[in-house]
Design a protein around this ligand. Structure first.
Ligand code: GUN
Length: 287
């Protein structure tokens, strides 16, 4: 029987710790960390994500700046806003909610955000720093996955780690974080032959592809730690992961549910990155 990894509870405890650290920082320096979130257009899912980020900021004691721009915003207008926030030394983190409406260039936006304010950790400079192991910032979802693995007490070093999915926001950076902790990492994707055989080698199995129920119990090594990053909608509107929980749970030692596993961690890690950025900015100012 797999033990459930409670992402909601772990996220709450990370955020509580960040709140304490933030109170201390404000008390010591008089400076309040600030996160600017830019939402372009009116994608309803994005609006919910942005609202949750604002709420988490308020809870922890950060200053939250919200910029809602119409879908008709030009590249120049968006660039100008990013430039202004880059130059504003009371802003520690800048996040442009993705996806952007048609006609706006995501890559150029990600390049424009100053790397020291890039709390998503999507700028190529930060991506490179994650790869060389020098970065204190890391992408939020992969970092959340690492926190959940750490919560089990299982040491990554020397373990067979199999990551299913090679996206720039999850699979690739996560494989680097696992490697940093001395895991033996295999990255699987749609062209992988005999996915089941590769998965069955894994002591730590992470699914991040966005295909409901792709990973079934027979693909899991008994006693493996199983982390499900997938968020899929069933035909009747329910959220479900990439792992078939009913068949996987009896085989795993630890397993995340969907919802309530990785999802709540991402926002906690965004808050952590914002605090890290703020502390680095204060250090640069000699405070
Ligand atoms: N859209 C969905 N997830 C994310 C994220 O982590 N960061 C940003 N900027 N946009 C997103």
């Amino acid at each position: 029987m797999g033990q459930i990894i409670d992402g909601k509870a772990i996220s709450a405890s990370v955020r509580a710790q960040l709140k304490r650290e933030t109170e201390l920082l404000i008390g010591q320096t008089g400076y309040t960390p600030a996160l600017a979130v830019i939402l372009v257009g009116d994608d309803p899912a994005s609006a919910v994500y942005v609202r949750n980020k604002q709420r988490a900021c308020a809870e922890i004691g950060f200053r939250a700046l919200e910029y809602r721009l119409p879908a008709s915003t030009s590249q120049k207008e968006l660039d100008d806003l990013i430039d202004a926030l880059n130059a504003d030394d009371t802003v520690d983190g800048i996040l442009v909610q993705l996806p952007l409406p048609h006609g706006l260039d995501e890559q150029s936006v990600l390049l424009r955000i100053r790397p020291d304010k890039d709390v998503d950790c999507f700028h190529p400079y930060n991506v490179g720093r994650v790869m060389t192991g020098k970065s204190r910032l890391a992408p939020c979802t992969p970092m959340g996955v690492m926190e959940l693995i750490h919560s089990t007490g299982v040491d990554v070093a020397g373990k067979e780690c199999v990551v299913i999915g090679r996206s720039n926001i999850v699979g690739k950076p996560l494989s680097m974080l696992l490697l940093r902790e001395n895991g033996t990492v295999t990255v699987c994707h749609s062209k992988t032959r005999d996915l089941g055989a590769v998965c069955r080698r894994a002591d730590i199995l992470v699914a991040a592809v966005g295909r409901a129920g792709l990973i079934t119990g027979d693909m899991i090594k008994p006693g493996a730690v199983v982390i499900d990053v997938g968020i899929n909608r069933t035909p009747d509107g329910k959220l479900t992961g990439d792992v078939d929980f009913a068949t996987a749970e009896p085989v795993a030692s630890y397993i995340t549910p969907v919802p309530g596993g990785v999802g709540p961690m991402t926002i906690a890690m965004l808050m952590q990155n914002t605090l890290v950025a703020a502390k680095e900015h204060l250090a640069e100012k000699g405070k």
